[in-house]
Design a protein around this ligand. Sequence first.
Ligand code: AKB
Length: 320
Amino acid sequence: MKHSILIIGACGQIGTELTMNLRQKYGVDKVIASDIREGSEDLMRSGPFEILDATDYDALEEVVAYYEIGEVYLMAAMLSATAEKFPERAWNLNMNSLFNVLNLGKEKKVDKIFWPSSIAVFGPNTPKKNTPQNTIMEPSTVYGISKQSGERWCEYYHQKYGVDVRSIRYPGLISWKTMPGGGTTDYAVEIYHEAITNGDFTCFLKADTKLPMMYMEDAIRATLELMEADGEKIKIRSSYNLAAMSFTPNDIAKSIERQLPNFNITYEPDSRQAIADSWPNSIDDSQAQQDWGWKPEYNLEKTTREMLMHLGSVKKPSAE
Ligand code: AKB
């Protein structure tokens, strides 16, 4: 590869694993990690890192020129639950960082951009079951509004200025390496940690709240496959629906119980319930399957086995 890759928001839940994967694929020095603060020891030791505020265009431009960046992955964002507490800050971070990166594309300073969207672009009036690629989108959260607006801008920059920007509407993501922060689907990660450490979990969503979810390995593979696909195949320049599994807190608790029979779950729904209620139950991702061959590999049972195995073996030494 001629140019280097810049990951913005490299210390977050997706950014950490994306950075490690890209470094393995393209070489450590070709992948520059950046964030507003330092991340895990593993990430910091794994290759070049820059402190970078994605809302500062000049600083971003400087890093892009210095490392001869060709591809940018903009993973920095304020997620759904936190964004409800800080609406203006969320809007400024989520939109200004996107404009900065899209403008780098418009000025031909970078060749290719990845920007994550979310199932949060959908709202209470969207059909909930097998939500289609194109449908009613009236998001009722600040985060969802920023992601939906972002999608429109991505398509606009592609059509008007030829910017090669690609995007996925991620469902809730489940991973064991880095905790998510400030999302509504975070319960599906916290539950595994609590199952291992305490044997019980108090869930902030109701037992029957069904949401689309995905194991991180699938999400990273989807991201890399979309970025590597021939540009001609990318028919959607707003953002692709992507699906793997859908489950409720009751389903995930049952799947943990099959491995840890004493596990116990209780329910204390909070303000995040309203956010979850406004999102789809399941997603139709046939367009991603058709255009660039997307196929998930992890269902709930496989995810539970992986999560408990990795968290169990990680936790054991310090617990002894
Ligand atoms: C959140 O819960 O805010 C995110 C998302 C679905 O985009 N995980």
